[in-house]
Design a protein around this ligand. Sequence first.
Ligand code: N01
Length: 586
Amino acid sequence: MSIIWTWSLKRCPGPIFVEYHFKFRQLLRYCTGGRYAGLTKKMAEKPDVLIVGAGFAGMYAIHRFRSLGLSVHAFEAGTDVGGTWYWNRYPGARCDVPSLEYSFGFSEELEQEWIWPEVFSAQPDILEYANHVAERFDLRRDITFNTVVTEISWQEDNHQWRLTTDQGDTFEAPFCVMATGCLSVPNKPDLPGADTFKGRVLHTGLWPKEEVDLTGLRVGIIGTGSSGVQAVPELARLAGHLTVFQRTPVYTVPANRKRMNETVQNEFKDNYRQVRELQQNNLRGISNFRPMRNVEVNRNSVAPRGEGPMIKEMTPEEQHRYIKERGLESIYSFGDIYFDLEANEIANELFRDTIRTIVRSPTVAEKLLPKDYGLGCKRPVLDRDFYETFNRDDVELVDLRATPIETITEQGIQTTERHYELDVLIYATGFDAMTGALLKSNISGRDGFKLAEKWQYGPVTYLGLQMRGFPNLFTVTGPGSPSVLCNMLVAIEQHVNWIGDCIDYLRKTGTRVIEPLEASEERWIVHVNEVAEGTMYTVPSCNSWYLGANIEGKPRIFMPYVGGFPRYRFQCEQEAASGYEGFALG
Ligand code: N01
């Protein structure tokens, strides 16, 4: 392993002094002239693999690749690990996958020692877990924080990827792994007058680390997706007055709020190998493991998604009773609502009927009811008192379909109907999902071919792992893989393991480069589209971020692989077993 130094001279017009600092075991560079005088960079090594991002994907990649004897280095824009859970600190942020399932399975010690306080974890608990993983496996020593990768380019002459950072430094390695996350580039709509607002502006996906005091303030929030729905009840409790600006009503169902039952947690721990096996063979990477010890059997427990009765075979009375006995969340369990539009609409109406019984004002209730798209088109949203919050006197709902925003003003928001005075404006307007972070990294492959050009009509990948023309570049949970439709930690582990094994194979066989064959990419894209067709995800009435529909000008393509995790995993395993037949090796 060699130690290399590269830097951008344009950032330092004077001489550069380099010294080794024994106390910190770091090589320090000092720029002696111009604006950048002072310390500019610490020591770097030339690793085998460069990793972009230190969320769960980047963190596991560091650990896994190290265990294969590879040297690694990761770059992270934040000041610490955690990715999504580092940035999304808004009040109410939580995971919608059970804690015991949303955890790493690669270390039995980690599984046994960690204690989850709640059935569905809150953001601070998941971030604490990420910090624990970073410490336990000593990950931070291979991460440069506070650093944004601004350009990534393939160097054909020496078969290396070159990364340039916003610090003006460049690094090279034969392999590059994009662990940049699926929901990491916040979408902030370009509303007229947005810059004129004199109050505080926040985005749920970039929430500050320090506490935000909203006491007595007039708060406005734009957006009612998963983030908005989770934030609204908490903001209502914290603020003086809350105005919710809603463009599209959402289908949201109550989240499980239980504290963790110790017996259940222990039973999971005793059966974690079985739990992991079940995850590997479940469409969404969820084991649905049901503990049996000392737990009261609930006859009305909620069946997994799509595994309950057919709604069309039930009378209206039976449908209502089903929801009443099991809770609104059981609406997702009906077996026929995902492929049959008629069944879907019956469930939609059942949902609406239920909400009408929760929200006291019939006018507000009608505004909150989705009517032009169906259940199952978007990712299910889980809430804690979302609808009940609109029964509060200090919470107001603005229907932006009826009265759109005209402009943001110095004091608030002007709609076509009236002006809303605000002290704080919160954007809960989502993300440029799945492709946003990859395109933002400004990647160019062989012959300077830009990823943005390759993807101008939508993402083209093989297995969501690699792109032709971009040798030795891998994406973790990239478009075309189950990614966001799967338990992310299960998807991440499978991808990182596959990439690690692939790099290991290349080293052992003396192969320098790998990239997909054109035919493999074409076959995979056709397949990804075929399996999405005929589902509620792609019906014309559906406009979701899965389709890129939330970003103006983004091609409308269903990006994740909906064929299920086991089927996908089988394809990946077949590739490896065949000696990477679907790839060109050189
Ligand atoms: O983003 P979204 P999100 N004017 O895109 C509105 C994960 N997640 O951050 O639908 C007015 O779903 C937009 O309206 P419309 C999870 O995978 C998980 O909430 O475009 N409104 C919509 O209401 C989730 O699916 C959790 O008409 C505008 C909202 O902003 C994903 O992240 C928690 C607008 C955006 O909703 C994204 O969720 C949080 C405009 N110009 C997030 N532009 C868990 O529970 C956008 N909107 C684990």
